[in-house]
Structures are given as C-alpha cells and as structure tokens.
Design a binder for this molecule. Structure first.
Ligand SMILES: Cc1cc2nc3c(=O)[nH]c(=O)nc-3n(C[C@H](O)[C@H](O)[C@H](O)COP(=O)(O)OP(=O)(O)OC[C@H]3O[C@@H](n4cnc5c(N)ncnc54)[C@H](O)[C@@H]3O)c2cc1C
Length: 619
C-alpha cells in the first residue's frame, strides 16, 4: 500500500457524481453557499458523463406553468397513476413546482429548444415533454457546475462513504481512487450529496455475445447511488420497483418521439391491435387500474409480454405510414442521432428502412432507478411545507443518515423526474445541505486516519488478489484464487435473471426463487472478497461489481417482502399474481444493518397529499 499516493481534500459539500442531479447540486450549492467549499467527484468526465452523456432529444419533465399547460398537481396525479398508486407525492410535487425554472435556465444557457411556430411556446412532444436539439445538453449543464464548484475531480470513483466517529449515524465524507493514476482520494466533508445515477447490468441483458455492453440505461450506471448509502445503513424504498422498457429491438432505441410526435403505433405479427386482446385478462389481475388514462406503462408492457408468450410476436412499430411524410421521417432519424446513434446503426446493419419496413420492438431486461418511470432509491425527508411527519426529518432530500443527501436516480418514491427533474432535485438537495451547514449541524465531525487507512487497504485489495493469484496460473483467465470482474458480473446477472424476474423467466419469480437467489447472492458477495483486478480500470470494474451486487441484494429483499404483483409487466410474483391494495397499498422501506449485513423491511403509508388537499379545500 505504501506505493499508493493519498490526497486529502476537506470541504463543506461533496457531490458524488456529476450527472444531471450532481451538476444541479453543484450549481445551486454555490448560489446559497457563497463562501462554502464545494467539490464534485465524478467517475468519468462531467462534460460527457451519466445517462445524458450522448445527448437527449426531449426534456421529459416540463410543466409549462406560465401558460397554464400543466400544474404540479397534474404531474403528481400522472406519476401516481403510472406507478399504480405508489409514489411519494410530497417529493413529486416539490420537484414539479420548481422544474420549470430549471428548464428556463437551460434555455438561458444556450440549450437549443424547439419552438412551436404558431404559439411561440416550447414545442411539445407530449403532455410533459418538450423537444430540444440536445446533443450538447450535458456539456452545457457541466459548464454551470464547473463555474460553481471549487473543484471538479474527474475520473474518481467513490467507493465508500466516511462516517463521523464522534456522532452516530452522521456522514463524514467519502473515499475513492483515480482510475488513471491509481491515487487514493480522501474527501472529508460536512455534507455529501449522492447523485451517482441508477443501476444497469444487474440483470442479464438481452444484448449478449457480439452485443455485449449494449443496454438501454447507461452501461456505466452501476448502482453506486444505492450501494453507498445501503452500506452505511441508510433506509431505501421501493427497490422492488424495477423498470422494463419497451424499445426498438437490439439497439434499445427510444420510442417516445415515435409514439407521441410521429403518432406511430404497435401491432402484432398479424397486424392486430394486441393490447385490446389482453384487457379482460389484465383487469382480473389489477382491477380498475387498467381503466386509467394513460394506461400505466407496466400494463402496456404486460400486454406485450403476454402477446409474445401466446405466439403473437414479433411486435412491430408501424412506421411505414408516418415515414411517408418527409418532415416526420427526418424527425424519426434525428431522434436517434440526438440520443441513440446505435439504433440507426443496428437498422442499417439489419437492412431496415422504417419507411418500408416496420421495425421490431422488444421488452428490455430490468433496470433500477429513481428518476425515470420507476421510483427505487433512498428514503429521504421531504420538504417542510408538504410532508407529513413520517416523511419529514428536518432537511429536504436528506437520507436517514445525517448530513447525507440524495438527488436524481438516488432518491426513491419520486418517479418521472427525468433529466430536468433530476437537475432540479440536485438543486433542492444542495439548498438543504447548505442550510444544514448554516444551522451548525455539521460541527465537530471526526474522521480518523485509521478509518481512511482501513478503506485504503480494502479498496486496493483486488489488485493484491490479482498480483498474488496470477502466479498460480501460467495462462488463461481461470484462477483458483481470484474471480475476474467480468466473471463476477456474469454470475450476478445470471442469478438476478433466473431467480429475481429477468428475461429468461419472462419476468417471473416467487418466494422460493427469491430465497434461493438471496443465498446465491450471499455466496457471490463472499467470493467477491477475492475479486482480482489487473489494472486500475479493472479495479473500477471490481468496485462497480461490488456496488451492483449490494444493490441487487436490496432489490431481491424488497421483491421478497412485497407479496403481490403490483406492476405486472415489470415483474410477476407467481405466488401472488394479483395486485393487492388491501394489504400492499403502501411503500416498502428497508434498512441493512452495517454491522450484521442483515436487512429489515417495513411498510410505510402512502399519503395521497394532492387530492387530500383538494378535498379539504372543497369542504
Ligand atoms: C436511454 C435513456 C434515455 C433517456 N431519455 C430521456 C429523455 O428523453 N428526456 C429526459 O428528460 N430524460 C431522459 N432520460 C433520463 C435522464 O437521463 C435521467 O433521469 C438523469 O440523467 C438522471 O440523473 P442522475 O444525475 O441521477 O444520473 P446521471 O445523469 O446518470 O449521473 C450519474 C453520474 O454519477 C457518476 N457516477 C456513478 N457512480 C459513481 C461513483 N461511484 N463515483 C463517482 N461518480 C459516479 C456517473 O458517471 C454519472 O456522471 C433518459 C435516460 C436514459 C438512460
């Protein structure tokens, strides 16, 4: 260990991850904390990091309050409906009431926004989405963060949170390493905002073999946002609420602009509207939820999955009609060029011109995230003016560990934030973190050198494992004493896929499967003590894998706990196939004891704040 150089940085606010939420946090922290020291540590380079790295073609969350297009209440109702009733309405409302101001800043900063020629307003793709020329979306928000933070550290992977040794359950910073130089970094911080994105590659992806690495969600989103807080005993919520996406086959290309703007539609192999066929069947499982408008995303997936299982595939997107219009044809292609070039390449390689061939769709492997259309993530305090007592403990977006805040994919219970809402939530978390410091809540934090040295040894152990273990073999990659990150990743994906409701079992699982999955995950994590890394890049892979494994364990525990099928189309509990509002109209909250590694779970009520407010006003 002596060979590894250590850098110390003391700061007021440490932002972990400089994606959408992290850049929003760095920007807003400077606004409220003029004299505070603000640092951001990012695994990649914030100019092109996170889920928005390649750009986007639409901002998916914009109210348009100034023109009375939508109000925050409408968005809460929309998210609640899409998530089959289960969201944190305080968090959703809080994000929605601020999101327009975020989008207006993006406009001021030079993000090219499309305008409706007739009205002069932002061009709508759908009720919530506005269209942008968003190839440079990420560099634009990164610039705001760079101008705001004291320092941005690129290429640093944060592996562990530091804890205060003078007060229980209070954060003291974070540690990680630079994957180019291998140097060790200790950030002693008064507050930490975790904004490290969602989790892909925990379930076996459809794209294997020559397609390996291709996923819908960003392949570098490795669940650090969950593993970091879980490891220190922060509570998590709705981790069972993974998402499955209906996307263009093999390239995972987006369908939003196609459905909403191009007005394309789906059909089965016989040219039929298959969704109608599954109405009665779905009604038996979920009751009146199938009659909601818009039909919840999971239920549309459900019809797709059932139709394919019944032999009606392949399911196609009917593009041949829309693409006869040269304008719509251009929009269709530009949509990919702005955010998923790979789909255009796949079509070229498979001889698909959507003007003449209706391309195939598929349902993806599951992902875990808190900012898109599902709400897995940390259990956080809501805002003072909206949250009921069970949802409020002093500082907006603070986790159940003091001084530890979250935003974007990190935060559970508040779906449909997307890029603009994640940036907004970063702003909200940063404002609260500044207040926490100004209220003198972060005084006297003590992080000993021993804590930092112990982590240093732990972090670099995979290099040690490899250096020693490779002497036992003369060739190949299979060693008796270490496991390589890719081998561990594939083992993790196989367990999650087969036991926790991935593509192989057609998203089906049950209590026995989940219990067996947990057993296998425990043994995997034991073996990961022996993961070997041949260089710093592989060291990053090793830690990404460990974070994915812990996230997966939490997902599995939650899936076991909720004894119903709340979201058919995302996963099925074969032993509890129906939605059960009587027993499960609640949020699930877990905590892993950092000392024993054991999870405990509880039910927490869902408060329908928006309509309660209206009912009270009416009476
Ligand atoms: C395919 C796809 C399409 C989407 N389409 C749209 C759309 O059309 N419109 C829209 O508005 N939104 C869209 N979104 C959603 C939007 O991208 C996300 O909601 C948003 O990026 C989430 O913000 P975040 O900050 O939580 O995560 P991210 O933006 O992903 O940022 C996480 C950051 O943390 C860093 N990081 C991760 N682990 C560590 C670690 N251990 N240490 C240090 N840094 C770390 C990552 O490198 C990354 O920079 C889409 C997302 C995807 C993946």
């Amino acid at each position: 260990m002596a060979k590894v150089k250590t850098h110390y940085e003391d700061c007021d606010i440490l932002v972990v991850g400089g994606g959408m939420a992290g850049t929003g946090a760095a920007f807003e922290a400077r606004h409220w904390g003029r004299d505070l020291k603000i640092i951001c540590a990012e695994k990649a380079n914030i100019d092109r990091s996170g889920a928005v790295a390649q750009g986007l073609y639409a901002i998916n969350c914009y109210m348009g309050m100034q023109w009375d297009e939508n109000q925050p209440e409408d968005h809460v109702r929309y998210a609640r409906n899409d998530l089959m009733g289960l969201v944190r309405e305080d968090l959703g409302y809080d994000m929605a009431r601020h999101v327009d101001s975020t989008v207006h800043m993006f406009d001021d900063w030079g993000l090219p926004m499309m305008k409706n020629e007739k009205t002069g307003r932002y061009l709508r793709e759908g009720k919530w989405q506005i269209m942008i020329h968003g190839e440079s979306y990420k560099p634009i928000v990164a610039e705001a963060a760079k101008k705001s933070a004291d320092k941005i550290y690129n290429r640093i992977m944060i592996t562990h949170l530091l804890m205060d040794e003078s007060k229980e359950n209070r954060v003291g910073g974070a540690v990680g390493f630079n994957m180019r130089t291998g140097d060790y970094y200790v950030f002693r911080a008064k507050t930490v905002i975790v904004a490290a994105g969602g989790a892909s590659h925990i379930f076996k992806p459809r794209a294997v073999g020559e397609g390996m690495g291709r996923t819908w969600y960003a392949p570098w989103s490795n669940g650090s946002a969950y593993a970091l807080p879980i490891a220190v005993g922060a509570k998590m919520t709705q981790m069972e609420n993974r998402i499955v996406l209906c996307r263009f086959k093999d390239g995972y290309g987006p369908v939003g602009a196609y459905f909403l703007h191009l007005k394309t539609y789906t059909q089965n192999a016989n040219g039929e509207n298959y969704e109608k066929k599954w109405y009665e069947h779905t009604k038996k499982l979920v009751g009146e939820y199938i009659d909601h408008h818009p039909v919840p995303t999971c239920l549309r997936n459900h019809a797709f999955i059932q139709e394919v299982a019944a032999g009606g595939g392949p399911i196609q997107m009917v593009t041949k009609e829309a693409f006869q219009d040269p304008h719509l044809e251009t929009v269709g292609w530009e949509n990919f060029l702005g955010m998923t070039v790979g789909q255009a390449v796949v079509w070229a390689s498979q001889n698909i011109d959507p003007k003449y061939t209706n391309p195939e769709l598929t349902t993806s492997e599951p992902y875990v995230m808190g900012s898109h259309a599902t709400c897995s993530g940390a259990w956080v305090s809501g805002p003072e003016d909206l949250s009921p007592p069970e949802y409020f403990w002093g500082y907006n977006r603070m986790l159940t560990v003091e001084g530890l805040f979250g935003a974007g994919d990190t935060v559970g219970g508040s779906a449909h934030k997307f890029s603009s809402g994640s940036f907004t939530e970063g702003r909200l978390a940063a404002k609260a973190a500044v207040k926490y410091i100004q209220d003198q809540k972060a005084e006297g934090i003590n992080v000993t050198d021993k804590q930092c040295e112990d982590f240093k040894e732990t972090i670099y152990k995979p290099l040690e494992n490899y250096t020693v273990g490779r002497n036992e073999i003369t060739g190949g990659t299979v060693s008796p004493s270490y496991i390589l990150p890719i081998q561990g990743l594939q083992r993790l994906q196989k367990i999650m896929d087969e036991y926790v409701g991935g593509i192989t079992s057609n998203y089906m699982t049950n209590e026995n499967m989940l219990k067996r999955g947990l057993e296998l995950l425990e043994w995997l994590q034991e073996d990961l003590e022996n993961v070997g890394a041949e260089d710093y890049h592989q060291l990053m892979r090793a830690w990404e894998l460990k974070h994915r494994a812990l996230t997966s364990q939490c997902v599995t525990e939650h899936t076991l706990y909720r004894k119903e099928t709340r979201w058919p189309g995302y996963y099925y509990r074969g032993d509890h196939l129906k939605l059960d509002d009587e027993n499960w109209h609640c949020l699930t909250v877990s905590r892993r004891d950092p000392k024993t590694g054991k999870f405990t779970l509880e039910k927490v009520p869902v408060y329908h704040i928006v309509d309660e407010k209206e009912k009270k006003q009416a009476s």
